[in-house]
Design a protein. Structure first.
Length: 372
């Protein structure tokens, strides 16, 4: 019997099936094996993060990598140097693609604060995220907006329609309500959280509720689900880099769910992404933590007047300005400049001028984060 779904890519997919998909489509031996590996790697990552003296120190650093990778999937490119330098600027000074990346990171934190407060993921949360990403005030795309997904790339088929999402505010809201019921209600929908993550990621992209920014909003949704379900305490696992490396598979497997009801291939792809990204992130966190310990030891020996809290600020992002070093312990801009210059003399930092301001690069952290 064919799994082919009755679907015309040029007509709005208003008959997009509601969740959950049939159990025999998502509970197979292969999926259960992949699920076990993904959960094991993710649990190891969570455990490692708990042992760190300051988990929050790493969150911004790793989240920034995700923001950059996620926007690259949308063909919004920025160099590491442009991005990190832009962190020292005020929002009114931000320009170009670096601005898009930082809007993504702001949207991530908007979503995290929302679910920490209300414990639920719903339309209100994703609309906030979308508005932050796109810097707009609208919401669910209206009926007159004839959104279609076109093939990207080169050749004669470039620009052809590959998918037309559901159209009509009422239909979109119905699909979203079902999606969020599926995510939030663990009694009615008693599935492993990672299975929910894979299925909900597809469903959100298939609903495609906004005029633009759906991919980035959907990737943040996956991060929020992991935090909501207690799989992670902090947003330190991001799938965008994996998706970039396996981009063709990502789009073809999304399409295979729509056209062939092939949930197995899609779910296995996401579980593999979670497993491999967890292993990669464990390695990256260990490297950052080792670098921090070595840097702290050097500063403690050579510059004992500089506190641990100050050193931690150097690891929140690669570039730092004197004014961002100021806190309850460093109240003078001149003192902040003095400390940064002293650390530059030790070879920890390297100064450069951006506009009228001197900023300082944590050289080894920058190099570590720039590694693929």
């Amino acid at each position: 019997m064919s799994n082919q779904v009755k679907y015309d890519r040029n007509i709005p997919f208003n008959n997009l099936p509601l969740l959950p998909p049939p159990d025999d489509s998502v509970i197979t031996i292969d999926i259960l094996k992949a699920l076990n590996k993904a959960n094991k790697a993710l649990a190891e990552l969570k455990g490692l993060a708990k042992k760190l003296p300051n988990q929050a120190m790493l969150v911004n650093t790793i989240a920034l990598r995700e923001a950059k990778a996620s926007t690259e999937i949308e063909n919004i490119f920025t160099t590491d140097d442009e991005l990190y330098k832009s962190l020292t600027l005020s929002s009114s000074e931000l320009k170009g693609n670096a601005k898009e990346v930082l809007f993504y990171r702001q949207a991530l934190w908007t979503g995290i604060k929302s679910i920490e407060k209300n414990k639920l993921i719903d339309s209100e949360v994703i609309i906030k995220i979308y508005r932050e990403i796109k810097q707009v005030n609208d919401g669910i795309r209206p009926s007159q907006t004839e959104t279609v997904i076109k093939k990207r790339g080169r050749g004669l088929l470039d620009g052809t329609v590959v998918y037309t999402p559901p159209r009509g505010v009422e239909i979109i809201n119905e699909k979203l309500k079902n999606l969020f019921d599926y995510i939030n209600d663990d009694d009615t929908y008693d599935y492993d959280p990672l299975i929910k993550l894979a299925i909900s990621h597809y469903q959100f992209e298939a609903i495609h509720p906004f005029r633009d920014g759906n991919g980035r909003t959907g990737r943040i949704l996956s991060i929020l689900l992991m935090i909501q379900k207690g799989l992670l305490e902090f947003p330190i696992l991001y799938l965008s880099a994996f998706i970039i490396n396996e981009k063709d598979d990502y789009y073809s497997l999304l399409n295979a769910v729509t056209t062939q009801n092939n949930w197995k291939g899609w779910i296995n792809y996401i579980l593999k992404a979670i497993e491999e990204t967890s292993i990669y992130t464990i390695s990256k966190i260990e490297e950052i933590d080792k670098l921090f310990s070595n840097t702290l030891e050097l500063i403690s020996n050579k510059l004992p007047h500089i506190r641990k809290e100050t050193v931690e600020l150097l690891f929140e992002q690669p570039y730092i300005s004197p004014r961002k070093l100021m806190d309850n312990n460093i109240k003078s801009l001149n003192t902040a400049k003095k400390y940064l210059n002293q650390m530059e003399e030790l070879g920890i930092l390297s100064s450069t001028k951006i506009g009228k301001e001197i900023v300082y690069l944590n050289i080894d952290l920058y190099n570590l984060l720039s590694e693929v």
